[in-house]
Design a protein around this ligand. Structure first.
Ligand SMILES: Nc1nc2c(c(=O)[nH]1)N[C@H]1C(S)=C(S)[C@@H](COP(=O)(O)OP(=O)(O)OC[C@H]3O[C@@H](n4cnc5c(N)ncnc54)[C@H](O)[C@@H]3O)O[C@H]1N2
Ligand code: MOO
Length: 410
């Protein structure tokens, strides 16, 4: 039987892609509210100390710690109340020896004071007399200048992906817009005479476009900006025209379907026409996803992903996702894996890596991976699953009871 693809391993396919891949150089200044999950284009430094002034962390009284030395219920200290510290203002009083000032959580510590006594451990005997029944240590219930972050300190390295707490930390320093790596623009071109837009009712033999939706969502998940080009027919001139127009406006092009060997499959020919060096890989030793195409033209990556919706998703995770992260010069996401035991045998062939959707089950305090078998056209196998189990290249299968790692969907 003739072999129609020159298949290579996942590692070899990734290595060929690496040869040509370099990060995008575009940087944009972005408002913090739009910066979640985006990647910093430069290291950031704290422009000021945080907090910028010493603050009380409790409601109570600002005191000199030495004045409360050994104070207790049986032997209280008596201090002279000199006033109250207003919130959001610099104190207009000084706490001298034997004195105290009423203070609230978050207020600026007045000069002279070096500790705060919680209100619970005091009693105001009259307008100017405070009884303290607990001794305070120097610095107690106070956050000092720079306790959170010091002026000049590196707060984030280049390539850092911003999380909700990072946005808060930047806001706290007044950095309300940040330099970010531009989101890679990813053109998604679906193809196939039988594929119709998802909001249309398919005629006989037609199917709704699933891949444009899963691909656009995956692109977003990995920090890219999806450009939905639409659905091209299996007709060379139109497909070629749409692919060229799409590629012209993108940092990365994905052509969905048409990657296989039928006379209707034109993805390889069209992709090859986009420029040099052209196709690097056509065929990977995996199931699903064997007909995958990886190419480069004009310094930009192009992927021809097999049309079956499961194959589309699996090959995106294997090849497009790491490419998107590299275009943003951000480290790969740490793999989210969960150990489990297989509930059923999985058959495979040596020389091919299988990626099998599994559902994670909890039985008798043990995690189990239940294979969700089904042809790669069936998108609901992915919906019923929580992740994928990989059957390595050199194994002819896995057995019920085997310990495996589930690569969880994100
Ligand atoms: N003789 C052989 N036939 C096939 C082989 C092979 O090695 N020899 N490989 C099979 C494998 S594996 C896959 S995967 C598919 C890949 O097919 P293509 O990339 O050429 O894609 P199509 O044939 O156009 O479509 C496959 C399947 O997916 C459906 N599809 C396509 N686009 C969409 C979309 N946007 N939304 C939903 N469904 C979509 C399409 O209707 C087909 O059912 O080839 C095998 N054949
Ligand atoms: O291997 Mo293809 O990618 O499923 O049907």
């Amino acid at each position: 039987m003739p072999e129609l693809f020159q298949v290579v391993t996942i590692a070899e396919a990734s290595a060929r892609l690496q040869t040509y891949l370099s990060p995008l150089a575009r940087v944009e200044q972005v408002d913090l509210h739009a910066a979640l999950d985006r990647v910093l284009a430069a290291p950031l430094y704290a422009p000021t100390d945080l907090p910028a002034f010493p603050r009380s962390t409790m409601d109570g009284f600002a005191v000199r710690a030495a004045d409360t030395y050994d104070a207790s219920e049986s032997l209280p200290a008596y201090l002279h109340l000199v006033g109250e510290i207003a919130m959001g203002r610099q104190a207009d009083l000084v706490v001298g020896p034997g004195q105290a000032a009423r203070i609230h959580t978050g207020a600026m510590l007045p000069p002279g004071a070096d500790a705060v006594v919680m209100v619970e451990y005091t009693q105001t005997l009259d307008a100017t007399t405070l009884e303290v029944v607990r001794s305070a240590a120097v610095g107690e219930h106070i956050i000092a200048i720079g306790d959170d972050v010091r002026s000049g300190q590196v707060i984030f390295p280049q390539g850092h992906r911003l999380r909700p707490q990072d946005l808060g930390g930047l806001a706290g320093l007044g950095l309300t817009s940040v330099p970010l790596v531009a989101r890679p623009r990813v053109a998604i071109l679906a193809s196939g005479d039988e594929v119709v837009p998802a909001d249309q009712t398919p005629g006989p033999g037609q199917v709704r476009d699933i891949n444009s939706y899963t691909l656009a969502a995956l692109v977003q998940r990995y920090g890219g900006e999806p450009l939905l080009i639409g659905i091209a027919p299996d007709e060379a001139a139109t497909l070629q025209h749409m692919a060229h127009a799409a590629f012209a406006q993108a940092d990365l092009l994905i052509v969905s379907a048409g990657s296989s060997v039928s006379t209707r499959d034109m993805a390889a020919e069209i992709i090859a026409s986009l420029g040099t060096p052209g196709i690097l890989v056509h065929g990977v030793a995996i199931q699903p996803g064997k007909p995958t195409i990886i190419a480069f033209a004009e310094g930009r990556p192009i992927f021809g992903l097999p049309g079956n919706p499961v194959s589309t998703m699996v090959t995106f995770e294997l090849f497009v996702a790491p490419t998107l992260l590299q275009l943003q010069a951000t480290p790969p996401h740490p793999p989210r894996t969960t150990p489990a035991r297989l509930t059923k045998n999985i058959a495979s062939k040596t020389g091919r890596e299988d990626l099998v959707p599994v559902r994670l089950l909890q039985r008798e305090a043990e995690a189990w991976a239940e294979p969700v078998f089904g042809k790669s056209n069936l998108i609901y196998t992915m919906i019923r699953a929580d992740g994928l189990v990989r059957v390595p290249l050199d194994q002819s299968g896995l057995y019920a009871g085997d310990h495996v790692l589930i690569h969880m969907f994100t």
